[in-house]
Design a protein around this ligand. Structure first.
Ligand SMILES: Nc1ncnc2c1ncn2[C@@H]1O[C@H](COP(=O)(O)OP(=O)(O)O)[C@@H](O)[C@H]1O
Ligand SMILES: [Mg+2]
Length: 240
């Protein structure tokens, strides 16, 4: 039997709603301002399982809750209800530049980011050169990363994540950022990770990419799972 590494059981997630109270309320009923208002529901009754070594895609329109699912798996968000089980070291590639300091250079940021992701300083020292090489950032290694382009930051983030031996890798839209050459190398690296039995979750606008690389996928619609199954089936349903 295949080993389950991620399991969501009846998960709900909402966020505080930030609707502006309106000038009238602010002036005439200031005491009501601090009171909790309606919450915005992002995910409702989500249940699914992901197996070890699987490459799994998540698709859905903007705001469907794809990043929220990754955040819940990474443990940066907590569910309102339901249960989330995750087995293994999760390395998230969520927001562009998360875990970086703009004033530090890439070598310093590799150390900072690696340690934040749970790797040892010793390990990070040993793989720094490899990370820079893969990201193609050798000649910029002494510049503060605030001077980097979006693509360069994405390359650095991806390179760190794939070099610290994740058991579960979460990739949120990041493959779309780099240039074609870097995308090709990312996909090659992802292929290597898969051979090493890494579980990979891929969120991407690029349905071709999902169809080509993922075993299975799920489609989010109206805060719920509309379909889960074979990647090409799910992409077909999403496109129609
Ligand atoms: N931290 C947050 N605070 C308030 N609302 C949020 C927060 N994160 C996400 N949301 C809302 O939850 C919904 C799902 O967001 P998200 O998971 O980022 O969608 P996707 O990644 O599919 O585009 C969106 O409507 C978004 O505005
Ligand atoms: Mg998103």
């Amino acid at each position: 039997m295949r080993e389950i590494v991620i399991k969501f059981s009846n998960v709900d997630k909402s966020f505080p709603s930030y609707k502006h109270p309106g000038i009238k309320t602010m002036l005439l009923r200031p005491k009501t301002l601090g009171t909790p208002r309606k919450r915005f529901i992002a995910l409702k009754d989500i249940s699914f399982e992901i197996y070890k070594g699987e490459m799994f895609g998540i698709v859905g329109k903007n705001g469907a809750g794809k990043s929220t699912i990754l955040g819940l798996i990474a443990g940066v968000l907590v569910p309102d209800r339901g249960k989330i089980e995750v087995k293994g070291k999760v390395v998230p590639l969520l927001e562009l530049g998360a875990g970086f300091h703009p004033e530090l250079n890439s070598i310093e940021n590799i150390m900072l980011n690696g340690v934040l992701l749970g790797a040892s300083r010793k390990m990070m020292k040993a793989i720094t050169q490899e990370i820079l090489d893969f990201a193609g950032l050798n000649e910029f290694s002494n510049q503060p990363i605030r001077t980097f382009s979006t693509g360069m930051v994405a390359r650095l983030g991806f390179s760190i994540a794939v070099h610290i031996q994740p058991e579960i890798l979460l990739v949120d839209e990041i493959l779309a950022v780099g240039d074609a050459e870097f995308q090709r190398r990312c996909l090659e690296k992802i292929d290597q990770l898969r051979k090493a039995n890494t579980t990979i979750l891929l969120v991407s606008h690029d349905t071709n990419q999902i169809e080509k690389f993922c075993d299975r996928a799920l489609l989010l619609e109206d805060k719920s799972i509309k379909l889960i199954g074979n990647a090409s089936e799910v992409i077909k349903a999403y496109a129609s």
